[in-house]
Design a protein around this ligand. Structure first.
Ligand code: KG4
Length: 341
């Protein structure tokens, strides 16, 4: 039996977890800073680092206690090293260094984005590589060709706002709370679309005949803003949320299909905060059936948002490959592995 500790502190969630054999959750604790950042409608880096520092040791104690394990029983400490807010990453990194130094446990450095994808290993057998890794979060709208642990190639990226960011900004335009995703989803579900009604928003990134796969959501955000202005004092919030989601998710499905066509890879693993959205989950399920690809995404919503379990899970596979780092490892805001190590 191999027990590993996972430390996540890249953005606004402080989280510690213990995982057995890379596939079984033993303990997971997450402290979300959402309330702290919500008055600013976004994550304030300096506040985030301080909040991590205040919470991280307590989370570690609770996690260790719950697991009934001693540090000597841990085989590795996995920590998110990149990408993320540097000040926040440093808090998790320092904890990993301390544990490693005091208890002589090797450290494995984990790519946060890769961990979001690998977390499906906690819910069942991992499919054979390669996968198309679709990341839809507050910071990313991207598709990777995931060839093996530590081996990702960027296939598609956003040109401006990420999908989660678009949810958050449209929520601000509509005077709804931060983060926008959960509220917009709820409002959209309350809308009953009259038969034949057309969307007030244009299709995103109309086809230009090229095989480039791109995401772009800032135009949709602006379309929402101008649509609202054109309505004067009316605020049909549910209707706007419904068509915003519909337009935004159509691009996700279109890009997944393009990626399958371009690479001939038929294993799609989707992850990130936006995957908590039930409408998106249903659309992906329907698309999987229509287009016959294999689809995986975290069933438990706690695995969609940032968490230490995904770090410990990916850490296990890197540990098996002996991909250890020394105490002098670096953290980075960059997402490209080669640029960092
Ligand atoms: O992966 P994540 O927890 O964090 C980072 O990107 O660091 O993603 C957060 C994003 C936010 O933009 C939030 O609005 C979005 O995920 N989100 C959702 C939902 N829940 C969270 N978007 C759409 N529908 C949801 N139910």
């Amino acid at each position: 039996m191999v027990y590993g500790l996972g430390i996540e502190s890249s953005c606004d969630e402080t989280s510690i977890a213990i995982v057995k054999d890379g596939k079984e959750l033993v303990s997971l604790k997450v402290y979300s800073q959402i309330e702290t950042h919500s008055p600013y409608r976004g994550v304030v880096p300096e506040i985030a680092s301080r909040a991590h520092l205040e919470k991280i040791n307590a989370l570690l104690s609770v996690c260790m206690e719950e697991s009934k394990l001693s540090f000597q029983e841990l085989s590795y400490v996995a920590v998110t090293g990149y990408p993320g807010l540097v000040g926040s990453l440093m808090i998790g990194a320092q904890l990993a260094r301390c544990i490693s130094l005091v208890h002589s446990i090797p450290i494995v450095l984990v790519n946060h984005l890769e961990a979001h994808l690998a977390v499906i290993g906690l819910e069942g057998e991992l499919p054979a590589f390669p996968w198309l890794g679709v990341l839809l979060s507050g910071g990313n709208s991207s598709i990777y060709v995931y060839k093996g642990f530590g081996d990702l190639e960027l296939l598609a990226d956003t040109q401006d706002d990420s999908l989660g960011e678009a949810f958050d900004k449209v929520s601000a335009i509509l005077n709804l709370p931060y983060p926008g995703g959960p509220t917009i989803e709820k409002k959209a579900l309350q809308y009953e679309r009259p038969k034949g009604e057309k969307s007030p928003f244009p299709k995103l990134l109309k086809e230009d005949g090229s095989d480039l796969i791109r995401f772009s959501y800032s135009g949709l955000k602006t379309a929402v803003l101008y649509y609202l202005k054109s309505l004067g004092n009316q605020m049909p919030v549910e209707r706007i949320c419904y068509y915003f989601q519909k337009t935004a998710f159509e691009l996700v499905l279109r890009n997944i299909n393009k990626a399958i066509q371009k690479t001939q890879i038929k294993t799609v693993v989707a992850a990130g905060g936006v995957l908590a959205n039930e409408t998106l989950r249903s659309l992906l399920e329907a698309e999987k059936t229509n287009r016959s690809f294999q689809l995986y995404y975290p069933q438990k919503k706690i695995y969609c948002t940032d968490n230490g379990a995904m770090v410990a899970c990916l850490g296990y596979h890197l540990w098996k490959e002996k991909k250890f780092v020394g105490l002098d490892f670096k953290v980075s805001p960059k997402r490209n592995f080669e640029q960092i190590l």
